[in-house]
Ligand binder design. Structure first.
Ligand code: FE2
Length: 317
């Protein structure tokens, strides 16, 4: 039998991941690495320009006809770019629909995404590592690919709530394969909107829906529309299970110090509350999928944007 990989996860950690749907690894990042990532984050926020920015907000949840889940092409075509998405509460909206920022831009961005791992060496250096490759293999990914990466700011007082969801709804493969790598860059507490999850929910809550494009880009149509599509062949949740997902008492708060790595199973139910505190809650996250799984053209995220799955192989550069 081959010896276990010394730089990956222990069997106990792998077991815990599959038991709970989440695994927390404290002190994954050194203080020096955290400082570099925070400094780079502040630099990006400082340097981006509001000129010609479409003021796209990042909104979550089910979405409705008048308020879809994700904004517009600025968001949908961000898979191979570094783009900036605003907090919903960062604007005062006039009666004519005009938007005025109520915060300095540095404190108004919800997240930066989705190709930090490919275009920014500071983020690339913590993503494409031998350690992460070993973790991915230990979690069963044969050909780990980085699908997307993002800096999540969870800004003081306006950091938006993220409602209960499963990552595979947004990062769908057949079979499901996505794993979230979520690094706390600041201390995450109840007061600044730390992650919460329902332990073991990935075992009883099959992913019900996926976010898909409903049209292709053509010479005459460059506007992409999206909707949630039911996943075929999946048993519907019972009313008992739906009640569980809506019950605050089912959620475990995941408080963790800066530098922690949280691994997130594709089907575990998780969420985070609005940040009403005076402290931000920066986190860097990327998601892997298995390149051996089918990634089809219906997925909202395509690289290149016209349609494709040219995702970064997780290997040490
Ligand atoms: Fe998530």
């Amino acid at each position: 039998m081959p010896a276990p990989n010394p730089i990956g996860l222990s069997q106990a950690q792998v077991d815990q991941f599959y038991q709970n749907g989440v695994l927390v690894i404290p002190s994954e990042l050194s203080k020096d690495t955290i400082s570099k990532l925070l400094a780079e984050s502040h630099k990006l926020l400082h340097e981006f320009s509001l000129e010609n920015h479409p003021l796209t907000m990042f909104t979550t949840g089910e979405g409705t006809d008048d308020k879809p889940h994700v904004g517009d092409d600025y968001f949908l075509f961000s898979g191979d770019k570094i783009r900036f998405f605003f907090e919903e509460d960062a604007f005062e909206v006039g009666s004519d629909g005009s938007k005025k920022l109520v915060k300095p831009k540095e404190q108004a961005i919800n997240k930066i995404g989705h190709y930090l791992h490919g275009l920014n060496s500071t983020f690339e250096n913590v993503t494409l590592t031998a350690r992460n490759t070993a973790i991915a293999h230990d979690l069963g990914l044969k050909d780990p690919r980085v699908l997307q990466s993002m800096l999540i700011c969870k800004q003081p007082s306006i950091g938006g709530e993220v409602p209960p969801h499963q990552d595979a709804t947004f990062l769908y493969t057949d079979p499901l394969s996505c794993v979230g790598f979520w690094y706390a860059l600041e201390n995450c507490t109840k007061s600044n909107g730390s992650l919460e999850f329902i332990p073991g929910s990935h075992k009883w809550a099959p992913v019900q829906k996926r976010l898909v494009r409903t049209n292709e880009i053509t010479e005459t149509d460059s506007v992409i529309k999206t909707e949630f599509e039911p996943v075929k062949g999946v048993e519907a949740l019972t009313s008992e299970q739906e009640k569980k997902i809506a019950d605050n008492d089912e959620y475990r708060l995941l408080e963790c110090p800066a530098g922690s790595l949280v691994l997130i199973h594709h089907s575990v139910i998780h969420r985070s509350a609005h940040n009403f505190s005076p402290n931000s809650r920066y986190a860097y996250a990327f998601h892997l999928i298995d390149g051996t799984a089918v990634y089809d053209r219906k997925n909202w995220l395509q690289i290149p944007a016209e349609g494709g799955s040219d995702f970064t192989k997780l290997q040490v550069p």
